[in-house]
Design a protein around this ligand. Structure first.
Ligand code: MTE
Length: 408
C-alpha cells in the first residue's frame, strides 16, 4: 500500500522497521520489568537487560532503541524539524550502564597540572558566572549504518544528532581558579559511569587550546532546565563543534595532563586514518589521529521515502551543520545530482548550531525521484555523496536523501 509523503510525517520503510522494533522492545521492557520485579531474572542477566529493566527516560518513547544493553536512543529524523531539539527527543549515547543520580555529596574535582586542585559542589558551580550557547551535538558514529563494508558498532542512521542550548560555567574559568601550570597540554574528563570488571572507563581528553576556548563549558543545564540524568546530570563537558564523545557526561573529575590521555576511548577509539583508505582496507593504528571537529552535513527531515500525488508541490525541509564552521549554502537536487537548486536557509543561527532549511518542490512528472541535499560551509567544504570509508565508521556525512514516487 502506498503512503502519501505530505500527509505522513514518518520517514519511510526504515522508520517502519524501527517502529516495529521499538514495539517489540517496548514489550521487552514491560516483560523484563515484570520479571525483574518478580525476582525471576537471574542476577547475571540483569546487566544485559539494563535498558529493558530501567525503561526509557520520561517522554522518550518515540526514540528508536539502537541498543538494549546500554541506553542508545536515536531520534527519528522527522522529529528533528525544529531549531532546538526538545530534551526528551534528544538522542542518547551511553557506552556503559546509566549511573544512579548522585546525592548532595557529589563534587567536581579539578586535578593534575594545576597550582591549586579544586573540589566544587553543585551549589558552588551554580554560583559561578555562566554562559549559554547553542550547540549541535552529533555522535561520531552517526550514519555508520551507511558505510560499506559495514563498520562494527551501533548502526546509527541519521538521527544521532540534536541541537540544544547548554548553560554552565566556562571551563577556562575553572581552570583559571585552579591555576594552570606551564606543563598543561591536555584536559581529560572522567564521568562517574563506572565500568564493570576489566571494561575500560570512559575518559577522554581535549587539547589545552580547545579547553581554554571561551565556548567550552561545564554545562549544568540543557534547554533551560537542569540536565536530565541521561544527558549527564549534574554536570557535563560541552566541547562545541566537536564529536559528541568529547562532551563527557556525569563529570566527576577534570584532570589537566601534560600529554594526551591514552585510554581506550582515545586510542584505538575515536581515531581516523591519516590518509584515505579503500573501503575495507585495514589501517595501521600508528597512522591515525583523534577525530575532533564535526564535518559539514545536511539531512532531509521531510519528506520521508514514500509516494506523492502528481500536481502537488511539497516543502522539502532539513537541517545542516558544519561543526566549528558556518553553513553557507544548502542545495537540493531531484535528478541524482545532475542539477542543483539553492534551498532557503532558516533565520535562526548560532556559531555551533545547525540551520533549518526548506525547498519548495513541484515534481516535474510522474515517476521515481531521489531527492538529495548537499551542504557547503564557509570554508568551501561541501558534503560528498559518498564519504571516505574508515574502519570504525566515524563521521559519515553523505548527502541527505529521500526516495519519492510521484503517482497520477
Ligand atoms: N560521557 C560518559 N561519561 N559516558 C558516555 O558513554 N558518551 C559520549 C558523550 N559523553 C558518553 C559520554 C558520546 S559517544 C556521545 S555521542 C555523547 O555523550 C552523547 O550525549 P547525549 O547522550 O547527551 O546525547
Amino acid at each position: 500500500m502506498s503512503r502519501k509523503v505530505v500527509d505522513d510525517q514518518t520517514t519511510g520503510p526504515l522508520w517502519q522497521f524501527s517502529a516495529a522494533r521499538r514495539e517489540w522492545l517496548g514489550q521487552g521492557i514491560r516483560l523484563a520489568g515484570a520479571a525483574w520485579a518478580a525476582g525471576m531474572l537471574p542476577p547475571g542477566m540483569l546487566g544485559s537487560f539494563s535498558v529493558l529493566a530501567q525503561g526509557l527516560p520520561q517522554g522518550s518513547d518515540r526514540l528508536i532503541v539502537r541498543s538494549a544493553k546500554f541506553l542508545d536512543l536515536e531520534t527519528p529524523v522527522n522529529l528533528l524539524n525544529s531549531w532546538i531539539t526538545p530534551t526528551n527527543l534528544f538522542f542518547v549515547r551511553d557506552h556503559l550502564a546509566l549511573p544512579n543520580s548522585p546525592g548532595p555529596e557529589w563534587r567536581l574535582n579539578i586535578t593534575g597540572e594545576v597550582e591549586k586542585p579544586l573540589s566544587l559542589s553543585l551549589a558552588e558551580l551554580r554560583h559561578m558566572e555562566s554562559t549559554t550557547l547553542t550547540n549541535t551535538l552529533e555522535c561520531a558514529g552517526n550514519g555508520r549504518a551507511f558505510y560499506r563494508p559495514r563498520a562494527a558498532g551501533i548502526q546509527w542512521e541519521r538521527g544521532a544528532v540534536g541541537n540544544a542550548r547548554f548553560t554552565g560555567p566556562r571551563l577556562v574559568d575553572l581552570l583559571k581558579h585552579a591555576g594552570l601550570k606551564a606543563t598543561a597540554k591536555h584536559v581529560a574528563f572522567d564521568g562517574f559511569d563506572d565500568p564493570p570488571g576489566k571494561v575500560p572507563d570512559f575518559i577522554r581528553s581535549i587539547p589545552i587550546e580547545k579547553a581554554v576556548d571561551d565556548d567550552t563549558l561545564v554545562a549544568l543545564e540543557m534547554n533551560g532546565g537542569p540536565l536530565r540524568l541521561e544527558h549527564g546530570y549534574p554536570a557535563r563537558a560541552i566541547v562545541p563543534g566537536w564529536i559528541g564523545s568529547a562532551s563527557v557526561k556525569w563529570l566527576s573529575e577534570i584532570k589537566v595532563l601534560n600529554h594526551e590521555f591514552e585510554g581506550n576511548f582515545m586510542n584505538p577509539g575515536y581515531r581516523l586514518p591519516n590518509s584515505p583508505l579503500k573501503p575495507g582496507q585495514p589501517v595501521d593504528p600508528k597512522d591515525t589521529h583523534p577525530a575532533t571537529a564535526l564535518r559539514v552535513k545536511s539531512t532531509i527531515t521531510r519528506p520521508g521515502d514514500g509516494t506523492l500525488s502528481k500536481g502537488r508541490s511539497i516543502e522539502v525541509t532539513g537541517i545542516a551543520w558544519a561543526g566549528e564552521n558556518q553553513i553557507e549554502q544548502v542545495d537540493v537536487s531531484d535528478n541524482g545530482g545532475k542539477t542543483w537548486s539553492p534551498a532557503k536557509l532558516g533565520s535562526e543561527r548560532a556559531t555551533y548550531s545547525w540551520r533549518l532549511w526548506s525547498f519548495n518542490w513541484t515534481p516535474p512528472s510522474e515517476g521515481d525521484f531521489v531527492i538529495l541535499s548537499k551542504a557547503t560551509d564557509n570554508k568551501g567544504n561541501a558534503q560528498p555523496e559518498i564519504p571516505d570509508w574508515n574502519p570504525s565508521g566515524y563521521l559519515w556525512n553523505g548527502m541527505g536523501r529521500a526516495r519519492v514516487r510521484v503517482e497520477a
